[in-house]
Design a binder for this molecule. Structure first.
Ligand code: GDD
Ligand code: MN
Length: 259
């Protein structure tokens, strides 16, 4: 812990508050499973947003053998934008969201990692705000939040809203993690922080997001929050099913028992 603290301090001396440095690079991890319609749009929006703000970036697509041919689309995007900007790092079959991030991170060359959904529920326009927030407080993590300020959810039915609220509420009570949106997955991490957290995390499914924040708090990492609007996908279907909810609850109880 002490050496980590020291490296953080030396870093803050090198990085003047609030400035994006030339050497900063942001690696976006985009997990995809049947996102053929969404992928070209999200990539276009990301490229546009990064280029306009002069931020150095790469986009890593982790496709899990999507039967809809997402991988072919990704290959086309590599040709269009260049293999230095779009990195396709696919896997053979659907192995889950948590391990998709781990896999993607192995290939990341940036010093910051951005995790987001590929189905346009997370708008790239918030990324410059995440970056500003990170610099402002020299945070280890910046988490998008639907449950603070102007944040919100659009397009979900009542059932889905209730599930999300209840999941957040129970987790808040049991684990007091010090962040308002625990199940969201639009976040920015320092690379070494994400690496450390991934080593500590045991869950593999959707519960992964929540565990990451809980572990972050245990390790005394600092978390900044940016209100985001989450807009339900237009194309394709969510992969969150009843069994994910059960595994979320199991994961939550495991964490409660072990932390
Ligand atoms: N590679 C890979 N493998 N990608 C996956 C897998 C998988 O097994 N499962 C889902 N994805 C991708 C989807 O293609 C999408 O880009 C992203 O992960 C999120 O999946 P969705 O199926 O769209 O999730 P959601 O909209 O129901 O859930 C969102 O909200 C939840 C609750 O707030 C996500 O942001 C979740 O992470 C979040 O927990
Ligand atoms: Mn979605």
């Amino acid at each position: 812990m002490a050496s980590e603290e020291a490296s953080r301090n030396s870093r803050s001396r090198r990085e003047p508050k609030g400035r994006i440095l030339q050497q900063d690079k942001y690696s976006v991890l985009l997990p995809t499973y049947n996102e053929r319609e969404n992928l070209p749009f999200i990539v276009w929006l990301l490229v546009k947003s990064f280029s306009e703000s002069g931020i150095n970036y790469e986009i890593i697509i982790i496709d899990d053998g999507s039967p809809d041919g997402t991988r072919d689309i990704a290959e086309q995007l590599v040709r269009i934008y260049g293999a230095d900007k779009i990195l396709l790092r696919p896997r053979e079959k659907k192995l889950g969201l948590g391990t998709a991030y781990i896999h993607g991170m192995k290939h990341a060359t940036g010093n910051y990692i951005i995790i987001m959904d590929a189905d346009l529920s997370h708008h790239p326009k918030f990324i410059p705000e995440f970056i500003r927030k990170q610099k402002e407080g020299n945070f280890d993590i910046v988490s998008g939040t639907r449950y603070k300020g102007n944040g919100g959810v659009y397009g979900w039915d009542l059932k889905r809203k209730i599930i999300s609220r209840v999941a957040n509420f129970i987790t808040q009570i049991l684990l007091r993690p010090g962040a308002s949106d625990l199940t969201g997955s639009f976040r920015l991490y320092r690379k070494e922080v994400l690496q450390k957290l991934i080593e500590k995390c045991v869950s593999k499914g959707y519960v992964f997001q929540m565990e990451m924040i809980v572990r972050a708090r245990q390790l005394n990492y600092t978390i900044g929050e940016v209100p985001i609007s989450f807009v339900d996908r237009v194309y394709g279907a969510s992969k969150l099913g009843g069994n994910e909810i059960v595994s979320f609850l199991k994961g939550l109880l495991t964490l409660f028992a072990t932390t």
